[in-house]
Ligand binder design. Structure first.
Ligand code: GLC
Length: 521
């Protein structure tokens, strides 16, 4: 069997830097904070960290509005802090993935300041300027077009008006942005997560999007139209291939794409001859109903759609989506952990998932996220899943000596790293156990997934590699179940109390219990 690349057998851990660990008392996490917590991450067993944007930014969208692609925002530290962090990451055998935000810059980026200064400016065409707007909408509510008084033209912004979209059809934009990638690759970063990859190229004729017949009141206003002409355009694939070629100028790096599309379209981002994204993020588990039937379907459909030779990946959470322990509930969050960590391919976790962190309710006066501010009350706000990481039971949970930028969860006195550390059956220990299991049993990473089925609320699948057969049973239903199986021994259970048990003929599962069994051959 071919040796796997590091990113193929990796568990990636997303750090939202504002919320991980503050070291200077300003209530916002920073790079030194991440450095202080690297041993925790190494002990958890993850292989790589992906850090959400740390570049200089006015923070209109908390770093996803970049004002300098090759710098570090003072809020997070300095370039020296960054280099030191990268060195320490590597010293521990970990990898670092940076967020790359190519679709749009900040409106304070010098390129945009130049571009907006006159119709004749040489950077005018670096952004999307039009005399008249079409009907494209912003993902954060309202029109995607903003009239700029200086030159009486409109510019397009898929997100906030402070996030003008770059014109990726312009070769100069491509050249300068590819050099940004090289700048960080040369510094030693191990790859990129590319923000909104499927939005980067728009229709060259700026045709209006059609109405969405499926739109219902109460959904985000952006879903009133079908995103036919402002996303997933055919030309995107050449661009992704070019980006991949830049990343491949450096050995052993990875290109990951953030792409929210149905599975068939998602697969096209692997590129022809697999020369596109190494990993188009697979968000299916974040979007499907939590039932054995629905998850079995998702797994089967994903496996069936995967192009030959393409490497699978699974994501359980990120800074844009409600936390898994909130969507599935505390008991099922352990099942969710076992599901994720026994699926083949590359896996991505979101900070705090290993603690069973839930969404933190945010009062109207505490709202920070522009998605909530622009369209309040629709549940679009992302602050609840961005609350500070609780490290201990002290007042500010060991996150900061100051006032946290977002409130901590009410439960942080019990849901924190120090407390869960002391309880050998805690979800934190479950995560460690499962990550370790994955390391010891490569069948879980690269085995052939088969016999995916759902029966009476129990999800069942098997991974096979060489002589090893591993069976996973997850009770996602409302009742205890007795399952018929061949003989084997338990490698792990969600309650952390069955390891080593011999099973044969049948096995009983409690509600919200999952087990991993090595079958006798
Ligand atoms: C991506 C990011 C999200 C951000 C948006 C605009 O979806 O994950 O947080 O608001 O892009 O950059």
């Amino acid at each position: 069997m071919q040796k796997l690349a590091w990113w193929q057998h990796s568990v990636i851990y997303e750090i939202y830097p504002r919320s991980f660990q503050d070291t200077n008392g300003d209530g916002v996490g920073d790079l030194r904070g991440i450095l202080e917590r690297l041993d925790y991450l190494a002990q958890l067993g993850v292989d790589a960290i992906w850090i959400s944007p740390i570049y200089p930014s006015p923070m209109a969208d908390f770093g996803y509005d970049v004002a300098d692609y090759c710098g570090i925002d003072p809020l997070f530290g300095t370039m020296e802090d960054f280099d030191r962090l990268l060195e320490e990451v590597h010293r521990r055998g970990l990898k670092m993935i940076l967020d790359f935000v190519p679709n749009h810059s900040s409106d304070q980026h010098p390129w945009f300041l130049e571009s907006r200064s006159s119709r004749k400016n040489q950077k005018r065409d670096w952004y999307l300027w039009r005399d008249r707007p079409n009907n494209w909408l912003s993902h954060f509510g309202g029109s995607g077009w903003q009239l700029d008084k200086t030159t009486s033209q409109y510019y397009y912004h898929a997100f906030l008006k402070q996030q003008p979209d770059l014109n990726w059809r312009n070769p100069a934009v491509k050249a300068v942005m590819f050099d940004v990638l090289r700048f960080w690759l040369r510094r030693g970063v191990d790859g990129f997560r590319v923000d909104v990859m499927w939005l980067m190229i728009k229709d060259d004729q700026f045709r209006d999007n059609p109405l969405n017949p499926g739109y219902r009141m109460g959904q985000s206003s952006n879903s009133r139209l079908l995103p036919i002409y402002d996303s997933d355009r055919p030309e995107i694939h050449d661009l992704v291939a070019e980006m991949r070629a830049v990343v491949d100028e450096f050995p052993d790096r990875v290109l990951i794409g953030e792409i929210y599309l149905p599975v068939q379209q998602l697969m096209t981002y692997y590129g022809s001859d697999l020369k596109g994204a190494n990993l188009p993020f697979n968000f299916q588990l974040l979007q499907c109903a939590w039932s054995a039937e629905a998850v079995a379907q998702v797994i089967s459909d994903y496996q069936a759609a995967l192009p030959d030779g393409a490497w699978p990946n699974w994501v359980l959470g990120n800074h844009d989506k409600a936390r898994i322990a909130t969507t599935v509930g505390a008991r099922q969050s352990r099942v969710a952990a076992m599901l994720l960590l026994t699926l083949p391919g590359t896996l991505t976790l979101y900070y705090g998932e290993e603690l069973g962190m839930t969404n933190v309710p945010i009062l109207p006066e505490q709202v920070q996220d522009p998605a909530e501010k622009n369209e309040p009350g629709l549940g679009l706000g992302r602050d609840p899943q961005r609350a500070p990481m609780p490290w201990d039971s002290s007042l500010a949970a060991g996150f900061t000596s100051g006032l946290p930028w977002l409130p901590l969860g009410d439960d942080h006195a019990s849901v924190n790293v120090a407390a869960l550390e002391k309880d050998p059956r805690s979800i934190l220990h479950l995560y460690r156990r499962l990550i370790d299991l994955r390391r010891c049993h490569r069948t879980l990473v690269s085995g052939r997934l088969q016999s995916v089925s759902a029966d009476n609320g129990v999800l069942r699948y098997q991974s096979q590699r060489e002589e090893e057969h591993i069976l996973v049973l997850l009770n996602m239903g409302q009742d205890p179940e007795r399952i018929t199986i061949e003989s084997g021994s338990v490698l792990a259970s969600t309650h952390l109390d069955r390891e080593g048990q011999k099973v044969s003929g049948t096995v009983d599962l409690e509600v919200a219990e999952g087990i991993v069994i090595s079958l006798d051959m």
